[in-house]
Design a protein around this ligand. Structure first.
Ligand SMILES: C[S@@+](CC[C@H](N)C(=O)[O-])C[C@H]1O[C@@H](n2cnc3c(N)ncnc32)[C@H](O)[C@@H]1O
Length: 284
């Protein structure tokens, strides 16, 4: 079991929450058939169409919180050859495996809590329908996002489907958070760029309509960190030795340059474009 991160106060209760989550989902799947579970779909749409649109059959696909959904089975039957399903419930995965029949061996089944994974591998497509909205604690969402950032390849995609602002407040007896695409984008941060969003109504097997948002994000390509070149004959910084800073020479207006863009070094994220400085036309 992983130890709590010292700088993350929320994680001190995380192991307890994870144990409770495991017990909850195990008993949900043990005590209910798929037809009794609100999220069951006869056909996993729009997930299937979105995966086809954003991933090629040779791409690696991860269905996070895939449960007993038929998405993985349908994808391998269409020729996708690197599909993984991860879920906290071994019972759910066993059920998915049994339903997949002969296709089951072509799918990787992985039991685990997504908020407690050091790594899951590398994927061109990450799909999550109705897991993320159960992460009501900020530290769990941070772990989820950090893992997704590491796992999804640059130019790869992440499909996130969550209850919409007018969707249910609870599901499977648990509280959920509701999102629009903008709120999901804020959770994911600047490493992911929103490229598609749609509102979808899901009719549960019991006949209740639930509003979802499906948002698709592209993993932003890493860019090398831009540093201005130092002149060979330039003296080393005197500031580091505690010397007072020399006054900068005054620039004439026409000499004004664009400021050097600030680049986030750790991830090499692309800086936001600044509007070009307009120069005054020269007087005749
Ligand atoms: C509402 S169900 C959705 C199942 C499937 N994605 C679908 O669309 O049919 C949520 C699934 O997420 C799984 N789950 C919940 N929290 C999880 C976590 N922290 N890590 C991994 N799986 C989790 C549950 O076991 C369950 O299978």
């Amino acid at each position: 079991m992983s130890r709590p991160h010292p700088r993350d106060p929320g994680t001190s209760t995380a192991p307890v929450r994870r144990r409770a989550r495991l017990q909850h989902w195990e008993s949900v799947y043990r005590e209910n058939a798929d037809a009794e579970l609100g999220w069951t779909q006869a056909r996993p749409e729009p997930s299937l169409s979105l995966v086809r649109r954003f991933a090629a059959p040779t791409d690696r696909v991860l269905d996070v919180g895939g449960g007993s959904s038929s998405l993985a089975r349908r994808l391998v039957d269409e020729g996708y050859d690197a599909v993984t399903v991860l879920d906290v419930s071994a019972t759910a995965l066993e059920r998915g495996r049994a339903a997949a029949g002969a296709s089951a061996d072509r799918i990787r089944w992985r039991v685990g809590d997504i908020t407690d994974q050091a790594g899951v591998g590398a994927f061109e497509l990450w799909h999550d329908r109705a897991l993320f909205h159960f992460l009501t604690q900020a530290d769990e969402r941070r772990r989820y996002v950090a893992l997704a950032r590491r796992a999804v390849r640059p130019r790869g995609h992440l499909i996130l489907a969550a209850f919409a602002p007018d969707g249910p407040e609870r599901c499977s007896g648990l509280p959920v958070l509701r999102y629009d695409a903008g709120a999901l984008a804020r959770e994911l941060g600047s490493a992911f760029r929103l490229v598609d969003e749609r509102r979808v109504t899901h009719r549960t097997p019991g006949g209740v309509d639930q509003r979802f948002v499906f948002a698709v994000f592209e993993r932003v390509r890493l860019t090398p960190v831009a540093r201005p070149a130092r002149r060979r004959d330039a003296p080393r910084s005197s500031r580091s030795r505690g010397a007072p800073r020399a006054p900068l020479p005054r620039r004439r207006r026409t000499d004004r340059r664009e400021p050097t863009p600030r680049v986030t070094a750790a991830l090499g994220e692309t800086p936001r474009a600044r509007p070009a400085t307009r120069r005054r036309p020269k007087r005749p």
